[in-house]
Design a protein around this ligand. Structure first.
Ligand SMILES: [Zn+2]
Length: 204
């Protein structure tokens, strides 16, 4: 299988998993990150393996949790018992007072996409060497969540008015599509209930 086929298959499986498992996970754990308890918006909501797959965890629902993108990225393949410490260590919510305030916020729309991760790189660390010093933002380029760019604060630009307007229109369109889908599902449900009743009637 070539890599684009593999990727397509993976995307399909992932969407199926989201559709089937997300509602159950939200019902069980609420719409908060299992690790940092932040409120999960669709842009930053990820499905996290409680025991990582690489360490023998399964894909079954009881091994799945909801986590924000940031926590999921930070913990990597850590075991659950090590995770809180790792996340606290890399926390971008409580930070030393000598660090500057980040200019942009999690979830904010910028010219290239949406910010789904914010991380401070201190001098002398490996990641600062790779990524640059100061606040680094993970920007989600499209809705599918497969392309993120790591940008320095100086590389971030605010969205234009027209982009913001386009984004608002797009969100409104999504609401319309969801409403249509709901309508279709309701109709199907109605038809099915009707069919059930008429079958019962025949049997009686
Ligand atoms: Zn979190």
């Amino acid at each position: 299988m070539d890599s684009s086929t593999t990727l397509r298959r993976y995307k399909r499986l992932y969407r199926k998993a989201r559709r089937e498992k997300l509602p159950r996970l939200i019902e069980k754990y609420g719409d908060r990150c299992f690790w940092c308890e932040c409120h999960l918006t669709p842009e930053i909501m990820t499905i996290d393996h409680y025991i990582p797959l690489s360490l023998g965890g399964s894909n079954k629902t009881d091994n799945l949790r909801l986590a924000c993108y940031g926590c999921n990225q930070k913990r990597g393949n850590a075991m659950p018992e090590d995770t809180p410490e790792i996340i606290a260590e890399k926390s971008c919510i409580r930070f030393p007072s000598h660090w500057p305030q980040p200019k942009y916020q999690l979830g904010q729309l910028v010219s290239l996409g949406r910010i789904i991760g914010v991380e401070y790189q201190s001098p002398g660390t490996r990641r600062a060497y790779d990524l640059g010093l100061g606040w680094i933002y993970a920007v989600l380029i499209d809705d599918l969540g497969y392309d993120t760019l790591q940008l320095k604060e100086s590389e971030i630009e605010l969205p234009s008015l027209s982009l913001l307007q386009a984004e608002i229109n797009y969100e409104k369109l999504l609401v319309e599509i969801h409403q249509k889908n709901l309508g279709c599902l309701d109709e199907q449900m109605g038809a099915l209930v009707q069919l059930d009743k008429s079958l019962e009637g025949e049997q009686a």
